[in-house]
Design a protein. Structure first.
Length: 252
């Protein structure tokens, strides 16, 4: 729910700021409330237009950080801001229009390719859909489908390969022209050649002006990012590290 007076996503923001932000999950079990700490006193700044990587073992808090950016949860204490504007003071529909998340496994629907790329948007013309597909190297394989962009791809895109599904998900992001693009281990299950191609496509998003936040555990991917943040599962904290140092950490 929006706060009274909530405003649109600021077009001219410069930094995404975590200001001493903590997050706890409250879970119910056998009639009792269990508090689980996910993030503790996180302070970091992500500059607009940069590409960063988040690394660390499962359960260390990487997805929790993403939850705060997307406002699936609000901080238990502290704040997350765009410059001086708290994310809580930005309209949810506007925030989620400008922040795009690509999960590990692409979420696709039993609809046409075009509908999947334009999903959630109104009045997207075919030219914009095709442009996004070309930008993500999806146009050629889409054109070879039985009905091209009008081909129904089945539940979860079962007619497509893993690499093709991820390209459709990335095209969905491109057609939105997001300000912040978050990718959660998107190359999981892809062969080496497809991984390299996908990372190149992510680079195009950065070149187009998106701020890229990339979650990975693969050492081979870290060299593509300007800064790397390492999650400490025991302390629920985050620290910045050079690429070589991060790659040597367990779980990186």
């Amino acid at each position: 729910m929006d706060r009274p007076g909530a405003r649109p996503f600021p077009a001219d923001w410069r930094e995404l700021i975590f200001d001493d932000a903590s997050l706890q999950y409250r879970l119910r079990s056998r009639g009792k409330t269990i508090v689980r700490e996910a993030l503790r006193n996180v302070s970091l700044r992500i500059r607009r237009g940069e590409a960063i990587a988040l690394v660390g073992p499962n359960g260390a808090g990487k997805s929790s950080l993403v939850n705060l950016i997307c406002r699936l949860y609000d901080p238990t204490s502290g704040d997350v801001r765009l410059d001086s504007i708290s994310l809580r003071d930005i309209r949810l529909d506007s925030l989620r229009r400008h922040v795009c998340l690509i999960p590990q496994h692409a979420i696709l629907f039993n609809r046409s390719v075009a509908d999947n790329i334009a999903f959630g948007l109104e009045d997207v013309d075919r030219d914009a859909i095709v442009e996004a597909a070309k930008a993500t190297n999806a146009h050629d394989f889409i054109s070879q489908l039985p009905h091209g962009y009008d081909t129904v791809i089945g539940e979860q895109g079962r007619m497509l390969s893993g690499g093709e599904r991820q390209k459709i998900a990335l095209a969905r992001a491109f057609v939105r022209r997001p300000s912040i693009l978050i990718l959660d281990e998107p190359t999981t299950g892809l062969d080496h050649a497809s991984q390299i191609e996908f990372l190149d496509l992510v680079g195009r998003a950065g070149q187009a002006g998106a701020t890229v936040i990339y979650i990975t555990h693969k050492q081979s991917e870290l060299g593509r990012f300007e800064r790397i943040f390492v999650f400490d599962a025991a302390r629920h904290t985050i620290s910045e590290a050079p690429a070589a140092s991060a790659a040597e950490r367990p779980g990186a």
